[in-house]
Design a protein around this ligand. Structure first.
Ligand code: V47
Ligand code: SF4
Length: 396
């Protein structure tokens, strides 16, 4: 059944009147309210949410599903902050258990990819005093001088708030300076849950929601695109998730600078919240679907495969997701240290293409800004001509 027919079927079925009203709004492309967002979490069953989210996804993107070729640099895992969910960082007093790169060390990582067709370096990690404004300015300049076309998606408001304050620069001045040094865009980390009721319990000492949102606002004013995340499935209630998305939706209405929303599932290994059980895959899929429905002004919803596993990433493509992130090449430890299934996260282009094709979607390699690098719809990999493992026909 196609997405339109599925939705007609749903609306004409014996649905709860509130849920039917939301389905009608989705068809009419009307925005749902905060209360309706909470209602979706409380009453929306997986199949209902999947039909709505997939309808929106196919309306926006058809079957097109994006990935990129990227690698990460995590300049340090030592951190002045103490987020309760973080399995990755070591406090300054335990810094001998961690790593702290210098600019040359970061450039060594960049040079490792000199002969590979990567398009993006994603930089994120802990916060330490010596990795200050000039440290990153120096790295961005060297990186651009070495490989101008490599897109630098670097740091989050957590790092920026700290380094701009030390450098006595406003958020706008700091972002402008680093943009001039070569910064291209900002990943979505550090958002966690915005509402202070939760934020003060899980991330009490880092930037506030207002500071996070302001730094993104300044980046957008400078013409940069950025992403946004939400760390879900711990102590927050459903309405905190809707509040989080509401703040993003409002900022997006003003600036239009967000590209992608990335829900991040709380993983509970080796952190100060390890007693909290992880949510189920069903809840992950419901959450992707509600994000797709609620964030009507975000083009892309990403399932970060390194964090939720390849299988769930595949499933998510039927629940509103249209992007699964990139090759990674085992350059990030944030999730493996928190207990993710992928202990050495790396996928080749071919593996990503097959993962997407195997659920009948249309794989496209993108750059960070969603320009098409290679459309894999009809590409046959040499070594695979004899194999027939595509479960579903790939359509547009
Ligand atoms: O802000 C830390 C999260 C984020 C845990 O923009 C955890 O393309 C779950 O933001 N369980 C950093 N999550 C990663 C990030 C990201 C990842 C992929 C793509 C993009 C993008 C951004 O990781 C942190 C925090 O929310 N995190 N520890 C944990 N135990
Ligand atoms: Fe530091 Fe980021 Fe870990 Fe928080 S989540 S402790 S800011 S590395």
């Amino acid at each position: 059944m196609d997405a339109n027919k599925e939705l007609d079927f749903l609306i004409n079925s014996e649905l709860d009147t509130d849920l039917k009203r939301i389905a009608e709004k989705v068809v009419a492309q009307e925005r749902i309210t905060f209360e309706e967002g909470v209602m979706l979490y409380e009453k929306g069953e997986l199949n209902y949410l999947g039909v709505l989210a997939n309808y929106i996804r196919e309306r926006k993107h058809g079957n097109r599903t994006y990935f990129n070729r990227n690698f990460h640099i995590e300049p340090t895992n030592v951190c002045v902050y103490d987020c309760k969910f973080c399995s990755y960082s070591r406090l300054i007093k335990q810094r001998d258990e961690g790593w702290e790169m210098d600019v040359e060390g970061m450039m060594d990582v960049v040079r490792r990819y000199d002969n590979e067709a990567v398009t993006e370096v994603h930089i994120t990690g802990g916060v330490v005093p010596k990795q200050n404004l000039e440290f990153y300015a120096d790295f961005f300049k060297q990186c651009k001088a070495h490989r101008p076309e490599l897109h630098i998606k670097g740091l989050t408001p957590v790092e920026y708030y700290y380094i701009f304050k030390k450098a006595k620069l406003s958020h706008y001045e700091g972002m402008k300076y680093l943009k001039e040094c070569g910064l291209d865009s900002m990943p979505g980390g550090g958002a966690e849950i915005f509402h202070p009721e939760v934020r003060e319990k899980i991330a009490h000492d880092k930037c506030t929601a207002e500071q996070w949102l302001d730094i993104h606002t300044q980046a957008h004013a400078l013409g940069m695109n950025t992403n946004a995340t939400m760390l879900y499935g711990h102590i927050e209630e459903y309405w905190h998730r809707v509040d989080h998305m509401e703040r993003l939706r409002q900022l997006q209405d003003k600036t239009g600078g967000f590209q992608t929303f990335i829900p991040l599932k709380f993983r509970n290994k080796d952190n100060q919240m390890s007693d909290i059980p992880e949510v189920s895959v069903i809840e992950d899929l419901r959450n992707y679907a509600i994000a797709r429905i609620y964030l009507d002004n975000f083009d892309h919803i990403k399932a970060y495969w390194a964090m939720i596993s390849r299988d769930t990433a595949q499933l998510s493509l039927a629940y509103g997701v249209n992007d699964i992130d990139g090759t990674l090449d085992d350059t990030t430890k944030i999730y493996s240290m928190a207990g993710a299934e992928e202990q050495t996260p790396a996928m080749s282009t071919q593996q990503l293409v097959e993962l997407i094709r195997n659920v009948g979607r249309h794989p496209i390699e993108r750059d960070t800004l969603y320009n098409v690098v290679t459309d894999y719809k009809d590409v046959v990999f040499e070594e695979d001509k004899s194999k027939r493992y595509y479960a579903l026909p790939v359509v547009n």
